[in-house]
Design a protein. Sequence first.
Length: 595
Amino acid sequence: MPTIPIDTSPAWEIDVWARNVLDATDFVAIATDAAGVIRWCGGALRRHLGYHADELIGRAFVHLSEPGELERRAESLSSELGRRVEVGWEAMSVRAQDGQPEEFDWIIRSRGGKPFAALLTVTAVREDDELTGFTVVARDPKGLLQVEQALQESEERFRGAFEHSPVGMALVSPDGRWLQTNPALCRMLGYTEAELRRRTFSDISHPDDVGVSVTRVCELLSGARSEYQLRKRYLHKNRRVVWSDLNVSLVRGRDGRPLHIVAQILDVTAQHRAEEALRESEERFRDLFENASDMIQCADASGHLLYVNRAWCDKLGYGERDVQSLAQDRIIHPDDIERCRGLFNRLMNGEPCGTVEARFVTRDGRVIVVEGNVSCCMRDGKPALTRGIFRDVTERRGTERLLDDYRRNLEDANRRLAAANARLEELATTDALTGLKNRMVLQQQLDEEHRRTLRYDDPLSLVLLDVDHFKSFNDTFGHPAGDEVLKQLARLLRETARTTDIVARFGGEEFAILLPRTDYDGAFQLAERFRLAIASSSWERRPVTASFGVATCLPEMTDPSALVSAADTAMYRAKQLGRNRVEGPHGKELSLAAM
C-alpha cells in the first residue's frame, strides 16, 4: 500500500478524554482526509484488525477493502444515482459528501488477511462549509448495543466524577482561559460557569499571586515541569480572598502540543487561617520562651540538652552553641546528681511531672540554687524529651516569703470566688422571696422528667395552685402582708411535700409541684393534702385558700408544655367552680375509694 505524507496539523488531534473513551470501546474508529487517506485511528484497531495505528496512518482506506466489493458498490450507486460513481473512495463516501451519513455492511481485510464483517458508518466532517475529511466507524453488528452502552457508561462516569467532585476541578486552555469548570469550583468562587468562561485564571487570581502562577504555567508549557502544586489566593466574586491548594498538570497531544491544563482546586481558607493562627501562636510562644525571666531547658531522653532560653544562658554563662554538645549532668552539682537522676527516671517511667530543688554549676564554677518543675513529653507511648522551668532561688528566704504570701492571697481569693459562685448559683436557681426553686429550675426539671417519662413510661404529674383572692388581699392589707402570706404558704408546701417532689414558685401567687413517678390518683391525693394544709393553717389577717389543678402526662403529650397547659386549665376550672378545691384537666375528681 502506498504511503502518503502524514498531516500533523492540529486539526487531526483529539481531546484526551475522548481518545481514552474511544480507545476503550469495542469498535474501530478512523478519521480520513477528504481524499480518504487515514489520518487517525482508535485503539480498537489492533484488537479487531491486528494493525498498529502507525501502519495505517498515511494510507488510503480503500486499500483495506476487497476490490470486488468496491466495484459492486460503485456499480450499484451509479445505477441508483443516475451518474457514474468511480471505483474507490467515492464509492464509499459519495452519500456522506452530500450531507447524508451512510451506514452499510462492508468487509475489511485484517492484518493477517482474514476478512472482518463490519457495519460501516461514514460521516463527512466540514469546517465553514468546506469538506475537510470523514469519520469511519466499523462496528461488529452483534456487539453494537454493548459498545454503545459501554460508551455511554464511560461518559457518564467521567461526567459524574467531574460534576459531583467536592473538590473544584477545571480544564484551562494554554492561554489561561477557563474551558470547563465543575459546580464545586463555581460555588467556591461565586461565579457561574458561563461567567468563568469569559475570564482567564489571572482575572480572578490575587494580584500578588499572578506572577508565580504565570511562571509555573510557562514552565509547564515549556516542558520544564509536567505538573506543579501551589498554594495561592483567588478572588471570590464578592472580592473576598479564597485560599486554595492547587494541583495542576498539563495534557499534551500525541505530537507533544499542549492541549489543555487540568486543575484541581481545594478551598483551604479555613485551614490557612488556622495555620496562620498557629504560626502567630508559635511566634508568641517563641517570644515568651526567649524573653522569660525563668530558666527554661529541654533535654532528650538520654539527658542531652536540646535547647535553652536566653535567661538560662545568662544565668549559667553558656552560649547557645555550647548547649548543643552539653549533657545535663555537667551543670548539676555532683552532690545533687543522684537525686536528680531519680526524678528523671520516674519521669521516663510515666510520672507526669515533678518538682526539684538543686544546685547548678555555672561555666565559671559558681554555684546557684534553683527550684522548678520538670515534665516529660511522650510520643507514641514512649518518653521523647523532658522540659524544665527553673528559677534562681539562691536568696531563698525572701523568695519563699513572697511565694507564701502569694499562695495565701491566692487561696483566699479562691475561697471568696467559690463563695461568690455558690451565692450566684443560689440566686440563679432560687426564688428570692419564698426560697423555693424558681421557674427556670422548674422548667429544667420538667424537661428532664418528661424525657424520662417518654423513655421509660414512668408516670409524671404536675400540680399548679393559685392563691384565692390574692389581689384583694394585697389591696386590703398591702404588699408586705401579701409577701408574708406567700412565704408562709411556701413553708407549708415544703413541709407537706415528699422528698422526691419538686416545689417551685411559678410566678406571682402561683406555685407548682412536679411529681415524678406519680400517677393521677396519687397526684390528686397529694393536691388535696396541700389544699387542706393551707386551708387549716393559722393565718394572721384572714383565712387563706388556694385552687389546685392536677394533670398527668399522657402519651400524646410529646412536649412538656402540654402538661403545663393541662394543669393550668384544671386550675382555672377549680377557680371557676368556687375556688379552694382540686380539679383535673377534664373535671375528673378523686374517687371516694381513693379518698
